[in-house]
Design a protein around this ligand. Structure first.
Ligand SMILES: *Cc1c(COP(=O)(O)O)cnc(C)c1O
Length: 232
């Protein structure tokens, strides 16, 4: 089932690229494996996916050693400063940076490990009160501030669009995230050249690809519904 789902998602991404004149090679599918057991991740790996996303630091830390070394792990969920240590040397990118204190703490931890951590800035495009992320109008200022930190590299922007039945409702947020990225790049801020856009989930990744996503984060569409009632 996972293999078929993956093939379907990849075919949808390819079709969306063709419709919008993009190269499918520009779009990375991140298989969001949160709450799912290692056996299912292994099944997806064997079907050809090597890029996974987790939203809980400890869960990521625990899963990493159980899978092959060539897996790339993305930290896509809210991160508390005291949990950076669980992911700093395991994740290839942190998608959810939305405060100066968090950015500073990531840079400091990366410095201790002698690495430079690729990050994305999370933007709350729809202004939803329940969601994390920087307001779009504050993004430039925020990026200027954190661009001075020595051990992070700001590679782009990420957004979690509202839950909706109709993915077309989210097109405007994806379009505006891309526009924001282009605008900020145009400011020629030292150390800032952002080319990555992490946007689109199971319900709306096709629209996100049409609007320029370079990373889509798909969980349910690959692994099926999540069961949060199971105690793990
Ligand atoms: C869970 C999650 C996803 C995947 O959601 P699906 O709707 O299952 O595809 C994507 N991004 C983030 C940040 C998530 O937490």
């Amino acid at each position: 089932m996972i293999k078929e789902n993956l093939e379907k998602v990849l075919a949808n991404i390819k079709a969306a690229c063709e419709r919008s004149g993009r190269d499918p090679g520009e779009v990375t599918l991140i298989a969001v494996s949160k709450t799912k057991p290692v056996e299912m991740i292994r099944e997806a790996y064997e079907a050809g996916t090597k890029v996974f996303g987790e939203n809980k630091p400890q869960e990521l830390r625990d899963k990493v050693p159980q899978l092959p070394e060539d897996v790339q792990w993305h930290m896509i969920g809210h991160l508390q400063r005291n949990k950076i240590k669980y992911v700093i040397d395991k994740a290839c990118m942190i998608h959810s940076v939305d405060s100066e204190r968090l950015a500073e703490a990531i840079s400091a931890e990366a410095s201790r490990r002698g690495i430079c951590m690729p990050i994305l800035v999370e933007v709350n495009m729809a202004g939803e009160e329940t969601k994390d992320g920087i307001a779009p109008e504050d993004a430039e200022d925020f990026i200027r501030k954190i661009s001075r930190l020595p051990n992070i590299r700001i590679e782009g922007l990420m957004t979690i669009a509202p839950f909706t039945e109709n993915p077309e409702d989210n097109r405007i947020y994806f379009r505006n995230l891309k526009k924001l990225c282009v605008d900020i790049n145009g400011k020629n801020i030292d150390n800032v050249f952002m080319c990555k856009l992490s946007m689109g989930m199971t319900g709306d990744y096709v629209v996100a690809v049409e609007e320029g996503a370079t990373m889509v984060r798909v969980g349910t569409g690959i692994f099926g519904e999540r069961d949060y009632t199971v105690v793990r």
